[in-house]
Ligand binder design. Structure first.
Ligand code: ZN
Length: 90
């Protein structure tokens, strides 16, 4: 019997929908306490997922969902980094 490969799904903090992990943007807090975008999805640390679009990012930021998921503060620098990433890749 051939088993289908299971696609890893993750929930977006903006729209709360499950999507394939590889389509999501992973935001990670490294063990050093820095927040950054995990482009390869393999960085260690506490991570969360958002769809790569501004609407979902804004929702996730407004509800402070990224902050509570990562248990850290998200400052303006990080927000513009995330926005730029989405704009450059969308
Ligand atoms: Zn979303």
């Amino acid at each position: 019997m051939v088993r289908k490969k299971k696609i890893p799904m993750r929930k977006c903090l903006g729209c709360n929908e499950m999507r394939p992990k590889k389509e999501m943007m992973r935001v990670v807090r490294t063990p050093e306490g820095n927040v950054s975008i995990d482009l390869k999805g393999k960085a260690s640390g506490r991570g969360c997922y958002v769809c790569p679009n501004i609407e979902c990012l804004d929702k996730a930021l407004k509800g402070k969902r990224i902050e509570s998921a990562l248990e850290t503060e998200i400052n303006e620098d990080i927000i513009s980094l995330l926005r730029e990433h989405i704009l450059n890749n969308g």
